[in-house]
Design a protein. Structure first.
Length: 259
């Protein structure tokens, strides 16, 4: 990790309806370094997904600024990859056709890109399933396919909105470990929303705790674990793990008590 690739300053947003205004985000300011894995946690409905949508330029903030400094020194808006809670694979397309969909839409499905996609499928255990339909794969395999579809477009920042929440707990542990390994191997910058505090501690380099709506940054917790290896199981066994978990729990318990 080096210089910040993403800087948010004073981001504000409210939802408006005929019955009034609902403030969602208030004075959100933070930076994300190039190659960093950042986790966002907070009470349900506090505006975490709204924040990701603003970063992805799907929504415009009502106040504040977002700026980028790319690794090559340019300041153009970086390529954003967005992975949602559900894989949204199309049943009428094969796995290969699903993971190449973005490239196809952008008319970038060149022989070189096809070769790269095949390498991704091989590296992450899906090459032999490339001609299968999504319904023929397990939930974990479908999520890996969704990630490959996202990585195929070579994003500079990955936004992950609870991508493991639809999986059963055992599958979630395995898939989150796989996807974390894939992202770290790729060297991508990633921002993860999760309600699983153990997941946040074991995956992230740093955790931001959001307050109840309207959300502000309540706490910033850098994570430094003593690891026997780079697996998520080792992270959960690290001597510091329990302390970080308890700190997050107390921060969020305070927010629930205030509601």
């Amino acid at each position: 990790m080096s210089e910040p690739i993403l800087t948010l300053k004073g981001i504000r947003y409210s939802y408006h309806s005929l019955t009034g205004e609902i403030p969602a985000l208030k004075d959100i300011s933070f930076q994300v370094k190039n190659g960093e894995f950042l986790a966002l946690v907070g009470p349900s409905g506090c505006g975490k997904s709204t924040l990701l949508n603003i970063i992805a330029q799907l929504m415009e903030p009502e106040g504040g600024t977002i700026s980028f400094q790319n690794p090559d020194g340019s300041i153009h808006y970086p390529r954003i990859g967005y992975m949602l809670q559900h894989d949204h694979l199309f049943e009428w397309r094969s796995i290969y056709q699903n993971v190449t969909l973005g490239l196809e839409i952008q008319k970038k499905l060149t022989p070189e890109q096809k070769e790269r996609v095949n390498r991704l499928l091989q590296d992450y255990g899906l090459y032999s399933f490339r001609h299968k339909r999504p319904s023929e794969l397990s939930g974990g395999m479908r999520q890996r396919a969704a990630l490959i579809r996202t990585l195929a477009l070579d994003p500079e920042i990955l936004l992950l909105d609870e991508p493991f929440s639809a999986l059963d707990y055992q599958t979630r542990l395995t898939v989150s470990a796989d996807i974390c390994r894939i992202i770290r191997k790729s060297g991508k910058t990633a921002i993860l929303i999760t309600h699983d505090l153990s997941e946040a501690v074991s995956i992230a380099d740093r955790i931001l705790v959001l307050s109840a709506r309207p959300a502000t940054i309540k706490a910033e917790i850098p994570i430094h674990l003593t690891l026997a290896d780079d697996s998520l199981l080792a992270a959960r066994k690290a001597p510091e793990f329990g302390s970080y978990f308890n700190q997050l729990w107390e921060e969020l318990a305070d927010e629930k008590a205030a509601l």
